[in-house]
Design a binder for this molecule. Structure first.
Ligand code: ADP
Length: 389
């Protein structure tokens, strides 16, 4: 099962996008609709609201009077917390029920207007944000019969574009005609969601040989987003962006490398399934090339990303062990030493050309080793701590 979070400001086009994904076969869970369902006439939720806020929050027919309730909780934090205490667990339980009922190979799209505000982004395999400019959204909402002032005041309370960009794996621009965004949705479905779902279910990582590309200035923000996802799946342990993509200015294969810190490899084995389910299947036990000291210290567990459009290597290493430290020291040295960085880049360019036919990248990786090993001495000199064993 693939869990996709869908969000965007009101009037951005979320429902339009969700509708198209449903036509393709996605199971759409509409958070707004569930929020209404849990307070329907006759519901447990509505009874609890009446108990907490009195019968004046109901209309003559016994249904919730939203305006009356809104007036009570608007400037009263405690009342709002009480209301959320009634509705949120019920919405959560209903969401979990719908997800549990979905088939094993489902692509579940969770349409959540307040995904960003609620800090929910790391819980999904992929976050899709629909975007349109404020003025355009106001016009479209007026077309749908919404009051302009109401629309604007709701927008002002929502997350801004910067916050949304930070969580977006996919940014769908809906400032053009509906056809334009729908064509993007079709491509997203076929090229990314379908193969991503299959990879997660079959515990496959995205494969293929990425080429060396110039440094991409969006790598750090992409890494920050994916690190949060790894943290959430890995029990909030430490996650570091390492490897060539973590060194500004360095050409690299477009594969983001991370290390996740564990207290022991037993602990790594305990969280392997959770990482696999979150879209980072286990490739197997692995051993980093031993740079010095006890070979045991260089053992790890290697996972990789299942998203076909975002390659990730995830090294689960003993936190503060030699392999963990080496990755950080190597990164920080290359960040600080322009000469070393240029030299490493030249080596990478030369080797990637020589091993262009190497699909798995193993021969290329092995060929880099002598330079990496020689780097141990140079790093010891750089850090002036003589750490080579
Ligand atoms: P949301 O669910 O994000 O609030 P909707 O999908 O309901 O947004 O879109 C808001 C309104 O704008 C709807 O009336 C919808 O039909 C219309 N709309 C959506 N996309 C476009 C577009 N590209 N051009 C014009 N109108 C659009």
């Amino acid at each position: 099962m693939l869990r996709v979070g869908l969000s965007g400001g009101i009037g951005s086009g979320k429902s339009t996008v969700a509708g198209r994904l449903a036509e393709h076969g996605a199971i759409v869970i509409d958070a707004d609709r569930l929020a209404r369902e849990v307070v329907e006439p006759g519901s447990q939720g509505l009874r609890e609201i009446e108990e907490a806020f009195g019968s004046e929050v109901l209309d003559e027919s016994g249904a919730l009077n939203r305006a009356a309730l809104a007036a009570k909780v608007f400037s009263d934090d405690q009342a709002r917390a009480a209301l959320n205490g009634i509705t949120h667990p019920k919405i959560g339980a209903r969401t979990a029920e719908l997800i549990a009922a979905a088939p094993e190979d489902a692509i579940v799209v969770h349409d959540v207007p307040l995904l960003v505000e609620g800090g929910l982004a790391p819980m999904y395999h992929l976050v899709v944000i629909v975007h349109a400019e404020v003025e355009q959204r106001v016009e479209r909402l007026k077309g749908r019969g919404l009051d302009e002032q109401d629309a604007r005041s709701r927008m002002a309370k929502q997350a801004d574009d910067g916050q949304r960009r930070r969580v977006a794996d996919v940014w769908l621009d809906n400032s053009g005609t509906p056809d334009r965004v729908l064509a993007e949705v079709d491509a997203l479905w076929a090229d990314r969601l379908v193969p991503y779902e299959a990879n997660v279910r079959l515990r496959r990582y995205a494969s293929g040989a990425p080429k060396l590309v110039p440094y991409d200035p969006t790598w750090p923000e992409q890494a920050a987003r994916i690190a949060k996802r790894i943290e959430a799946a890995g029990g909030q342990r430490r996650v570091e962006h390492i490897g060539s993509t973590s060194v500004p200015g360095l050409s690299a294969k477009d594969v983001l490398d991370f290390q996740l810190g564990v207290a022991s490899l037993d602990e790594a084995d305990e969280i392997a399934e959770a990482l696999t389910q979150a879209g980072f299947p286990l490739i197997g036990p692995g051993e980093d090339s031993v740079k010095y000291g006890d070979p045991e210290g260089w053992k790890k567990r290697l996972h990789a990303g299942a998203d076909p459009k975002r390659r990730v290597n995830l090294h689960v290493r003993v936190e503060d062990g030699p392999a963990w430290d080496w990755a950080i020291r190597f990164r920080d040295w290359l960040r600080a030493d322009d000469g070393a960085r240029r030299e490493y880049e030249a080596v990478k360019l030369e080797l990637s050309e020589r091993h262009a036919a190497d699909v798995d990248g193993f021969a290329y990786g092995d060929a880099k080793e002598p330079w990496m090993s020689a780097a141990v001495e140079r790093m010891a000199a750089f850090y002036k701590d003589g750490q080579t064993s």
